[in-house]
Design a protein around this ligand. Structure first.
Ligand code: AMP
Ligand code: ZN
Length: 140
């Protein structure tokens, strides 16, 4: 499905121009318009999915192999010290464009990009309970 009022549907399907890095039957990879670092790329599926929750397993299974290829190309091209592969789902998680996309961000030891969180403390018994509860959901 392609959503008429979705900017990433338009970019992924060539209706709006972008800086294309790669394209196949399922995805278009473009450069981010407002990058965290030079070379920051976005993997866009050509079909519209709001987020990972509405994405079919077949498309989802193709995302990481492509992310790995793009990350490898970025590492070679920029000789960066590291690469973030990240993907936001929902406004609370930092998603601002509600068409699934994966960020590939070149990183340097002294760069100004910030992808961090304050680390909470944990308690072993609670961790064990949480892990078991999640395991039950994943396994059913
Ligand atoms: P997120 O916060 O995960 O939803 O990321 C949205 C990303 O899309 C941001 O990094 C924006 O800079 C980028 N972005 C928004 N509009 C465009 C556009 N027209 N072309 C390229 N990148 C865009
Ligand atoms: Zn879309």
């Amino acid at each position: 499905m392609i959503k008429d009022d979705c900017i990433f549907c338009k970019i992924a399907n060539g209706v709006i121009p972008s800086a294309p890095v790669y394209e196949d039957d399922s995805f278009k990879v473009i450069l981010d318009l407002a990058p965290a670092n030079k070379g920051h790329a976005l993997i866009l599926p050509k079909q519209h999915f709001d987020n990972c929750f509405s994405m079919d397993d077949e498309t989802a299974s193709k995302v990481f192999p492509l992310a790995k290829k793009v990350a490898t190309a970025i590492k070679e091209e920029f000789n960066c010290d590291g690469v973030n592969i990240l993907q936001n789902n929902g406004e609370a998680a930092g998603q601002t464009v509600f068409h699934f996309h994966t960020h590939i961000i070149p990183r340097y030891k002294d760069d100004t990009a910030t992808i961090t969180w304050k680390q909470l403390t944990t308690e072993p018994a609670e961790q064990e309970k949480l892990a078991a509860s999640l395991n039950e959901r994943i396994s059913k």
